[in-house]
Design a protein around this ligand. Sequence first.
Ligand code: OAD
Length: 236
Amino acid sequence: MERERIVVLSGAGVSAESGLRTFRSDSATGGGALWEEYRVEDVATPGAWERDPALVLRFYDQRRAQVLAARPNAAHLAIAALERAHHVDVVTQNIDDLHERAGSTRVLHLHGEVLKARSTADPHIVLPIAGPSLRLGDLCPRGAQLRPHIVWFGEPVPLIRDAEELIARADRLIIVGTSLQVYPAAGAVNALRPGRPAHVIDPEDVPYHPPGVEHIRQTAGAGMPALAARLLGKAQ
Ligand code: OAD
């Protein structure tokens, strides 16, 4: 079987069965969607950070605690298993580390990582967060306040070009658990060369309908292992 370059574009739905809430639609977790409980402009924008940094830090402390308590599910594991036979790049909008913990070795985090902090003086200074919380007064080595290493609404997405280049070089694209509502991440799918196979794994409709795309209307935990088995050449 030929070794393919596969890009997996993932979103919150891939982590739903690990107990992490999605942003827009009610998920298998039963916890309700995050953006139904919080207003984006209160917790996930540069303006929110200016107005009430303590609230922003509390919001991401909660997200971090939930990520640390969660475990990779069958979908993360199946994506990692694809590396046995293929060259796989994961482009994720998720801020959790479940792809890495499942064993994926090339993971690009378009929207940042909740387990890391970044200097407000120099975006290149990125540090792991040691304790359960990031606090006002936690400083980078240059003496500036640390902020969550998250791409907020209204901020540029520094890795979007890298993601588009990976998708442009891909032989196959797998889109799993993302509503494709947030740009520029959602637009990166258009970099796939015409005629390359694409699959969408999502119980709901997703606005991506090029000719020949396969929509697998299952949860990630069911659909991803089945697709991975197919791509690894095993019987399902
Ligand atoms: P959304 O919450 O917008 O979409 C989640 C998608 O996952 C939907 O299409 C659901 O149908 C699907 N879904 C739910 N449960 C699933 C399951 N068990 N298996 C498979 N699919 C399932 O989340 P994202 O598209 O990731 O950005 O959101 C994109 C960005 O918007 C996030 O990265 C975040 C958010 O605001 C920032 O915070 C910058």
